[in-house]
Design a protein around this ligand. Structure first.
Ligand code: HXC
Length: 270
């Protein structure tokens, strides 16, 4: 499995955990058009590897930022300052594509936020399955300070994550919140003392998930993403399809048989 090499990203695959680092520290890892394009290519390569035939080389992804000061400080303000409306719209939609790709990926994607996750950075983190933050994390949707609105999914995913009231307040004020507040709002799942503990915790959680049946984890993720924002009836239909699909896997037979035989299941990803 070769996830490729990228101008703006660093990729490291260790023990099934792919760490994807946005690497433009001089611009606080802002999501230039080049970064968006690299993210699309990298997540497509990861998606293609998530099969039994490929051996499930990636069992989870950690998304983070280089340099220690920022996760991602947003869309690239320098590039946006000279964009016309059509170009800007295409920029926003291309990042929407990346976020949908992350949601479709059948393995867990954890945003490890150390430092600023602002605007497009917060939106990238929101597209991940969940967020772990260091105490140095700062979150916000400061677009209104620039005469902008969220453009990489924040107006959809922030209310889904924290509820309408807190999302409106964050987006209308452009206010930054710290890690403790993000935890309180349910924006972050956990807060860790520092970067080392942050990565250790994210790796441990991916390891815990990797011991489960990968197709089941993928179906659960697909079911949640599919049902989010839909009516209860539609969501239940999507869940029913995923539940049925699970019964077509060898791992489901193994999991239920192992339980009845009072032994640990050995999952193969088939
Ligand atoms: C381009 C950025 C940037 C960004 C920082 N930089 N954020 N470049 N786009 N989003 C650059 C700065 O210009 C500077 O470059 C260098 O990174 C370091 O930043 P400083 O501002 O000097 O650092 P500091 O004073 O510590 O302040 C940190 C900060 C601030 C509070 C995070 O940089 C900041 O407010 N950044 C913008 C955050 C923001 O508004 N994000 C939302 C963008 S809109 P030089 O060359 O001077 O060293 C958005 C919309 C998404 O994301 C939808 C689009 C379709």
């Amino acid at each position: 499995f070769d996830p490729g090499t990228y101008e703006t990203l660093e990729l490291d695959l260790t023990d099934g955990v792919l760490t994807l680092t946005v690497n433009r520290p001089k611009a606080l890892n802002a999501l230039s058009r080049e970064v968006v394009s690299d993210l699309w290519k990298a997540f497509t390569a990861i998606q293609d590897s998530c099969t039994h035939d490929a051996g499930w080389p990636v069992r989870g992804v950690i998304v983070t930022g280089a340099g220690g000061k920022a996760f991602v400080a947003g869309a690239d303000i320098r590039q946006m300052s000279s964009m016309d409306p059509d170009t800007a719209s295409e920029y926003g939609r291309s990042m929407h594509g990346v976020t949908l790709l992350i949601e479709k990926l059948p393995v867990p994607v954890i945003a490890a936020v150390d430092g600023f996750a602002l605007g497009g950075g917060c939106e990238l983190a929101l597209a991940c399955d969940f967020i772990y933050a260091s105490e140095a994390a700062r979150f916000g949707q400061p677009e209104v300070n620039l005469g902008l609105v969220p453009g990489f999914g924040g107006s959809v995913r922030l209310p889904q994550r924290v509820g309408l009231g807190p999302a409106r307040e964050l987006i209308y004020t452009g206010r930054q919140i710290d890690a403790a507040e993000a935890l309180r709002l349910g924006l972050a799942n956990r807060v860790l003392a520092d970067r080392d503990e942050l990565f250790a915790a994210a790796r441990a959680t991916i390891g815990e998930i990797a011991a489960k049946a990968p197709l089941a984890v993928g179906l659960a993720k697909q079911s949640i993403a599919g049902a989010t924002g839909r009516s209860t009836a539609k969501g239940l239909e999507i869940e029913a399809d995923a539940f049925r699909e699970a019964f077509t896997t060898q791992d489901m037979r193994e999991g239920t048989t192992a339980f009845l035989e009072k032994r640990s299941a050995v999952f193969t990803g088939k």
